[in-house]
Design a protein around this ligand. Structure first.
Ligand SMILES: *[C@@H]1O[C@H](CO)[C@@H](O)[C@H](O)[C@H]1NC(C)=O
Ligand SMILES: *[C@@H]1O[C@H](CO)[C@@H](O)[C@H](O)[C@H]1NC(C)=O
Ligand SMILES: *[C@@H]1O[C@H](CO)[C@@H](O)[C@H](O)[C@H]1NC(C)=O
Ligand SMILES: *[C@@H]1O[C@H](CO)[C@@H](O)[C@H](O)[C@H]1NC(C)=O
Length: 330
């Protein structure tokens, strides 16, 4: 027990010392819960994020320069959960020849949220059709926010994760239209922290090195959005963690073998560091074909800029999976 703690401390210290600065040029501002995809038709990158009925920005490369283009749902969503609701946490995927963006409809502190979906052929503002709720039943066990679509290949099953406070992260499956939950599906809890920190913003990813193949569950843990003078105690602010499994449905465990469902497991991938990066989270992971490297992108606070909602920034870094665990590198 004692030596494990020492080892963890030294690993954490090493990681903190070596985390590189976030990469981004152009408009990197006012971004929460980004979702990034490269358009297949012309190689343009698109970034969707929480803000103004889902902000859409585009760029010639992942680095930038990013330019704001407009809202995904300028007239809002057909889902009505509560007055003053907002559209949060877009998650965009290409399925066949159509882009699907899953999104949450919620308000801070609300548990009766819902998840909807919109589709487009081009990702551009003005091209989106809203299909409304995907029909996952509301439950006191979970909150329907932070959707994530995962499919290993076009012939693999679809796994759909979501969740936040109440019992953290759940996983279910979708019907063959991708517009509704699969009939008879029953969301299963896949990650939970019984000691207090909220786990949310899940993002599933797989990575293979030779015969070594793992399914990763990235998530954000802690307090996402506090502002001074009410900042979380140091260490309790948002951070990016990961668990892995040999199956896309789990059970997931962390690097020291703790269960991420029943043992509060989670391995730190990226936390606050230096004087310019505080509370990184809302992450996604992709393989950048331009650089030939896996990437983690996220939002964060630069305390020199401000902690307000509109001050959140977008950035990314490369990941090294050579140890079997993702490490943020230059
Ligand atoms: C920058 O992007 C954000 C959305 O991420 C948008 O709200 C803002 O208007 C953009 N700023 C400019 C100057 O285009
Ligand atoms: C679980 O919650 C505790 C208490 O807030 C926190 O210190 C820890 O980092 C959390 N762990 C994970 C894996 O979320
Ligand atoms: C948040 O924005 C308000 C103005 O809208 C400003 O007065 C305040 O200083 C900002 N707070 C932080 C922590 O950046
Ligand atoms: C594959 O794994 C081996 C160790 O088993 C490691 O040395 C190598 O760097 C890994 N390759 C990649 C591309 O991650």
């Amino acid at each position: 027990m004692f030596s494990t703690t020492l080892l963890l401390c030294s690993l954490a210290a090493q990681a903190t010392a070596s985390w590189p600065d976030p990469i981004c040029t152009g408009n990197c501002s006012s971004v929460h819960d980004p979702s990034v995809i490269k358009r297949t038709s012309d190689g343009t990158w698109f970034r969707l994020s929480t803000n103004g009925n889902i902000a859409i920005a585009s760029a010639p490369t992942l680095t930038g320069p990013w330019t704001y283009q407009g809202a995904m749902l300028p007239d809002g969503t057909s889902i009505q959960v509560v007055d003053g609701q907002q559209i949060w946490a877009p998650d965009v995927s290409l399925i066949g020849d159509t882009y699907y963006t899953y999104y949450a409809v919620s308000k801070v502190g609300l548990q009766i949220s819902d998840i909807g979906v919109a589709t487009s052929q081009s990702l551009e503002p003005g091209s989106w059709t809203d299909h409304g709720s995907i029909g996952i039943p509301k439950s006191s066990n979970y909150n329907l926010i932070d959707p994530n679509y995962f499919r290993e290949s076009s012939s693999s099953p679809v796994y759909f994760s979501f969740g936040s406070a109440w019992h953290d992260i759940y996983q279910t499956s979708l019907s063959s239209t991708y517009l509704t939950q699969a009939s008879g599906a029953n969301p299963a809890n896949i990650a939970y922290n019984s000691s207090g920190a909220i786990e949310e913003g899940s993002y599933q990813f797989w990575w293979q090195n030779g015969s070594d193949k793992w399914y990763y569950l990235f998530f954000s843990s802690g307090a996402c959005c506090n502002t001074p003078p009410s900042l979380a105690a140091p260490g309790d602010e948002y951070k990016i963690m990961v668990c892995r499994s040999s199956s896309p449905t789990g059970p997931f465990s962390d690097q020291v073998g703790n269960s991420c469902l029943s043992g509060n497991g989670g391995t730190l991938v990226l936390g606050s560091h230096g004087s310019n990066v505080y509370a990184p989270g809302g992450q996604g992971v992709l393989y950048d074909p331009d650089m030939g490297r896996p990437v983690i992108y996220y939002h964060y606070v630069n305390p020199q800029v401000g902690y307000n909602f509109s001050d959140f920034l977008f950035g990314y870094n490369y990941l090294d999976f050579s140890s079997g665990w993702p490490v943020v590198v230059s």
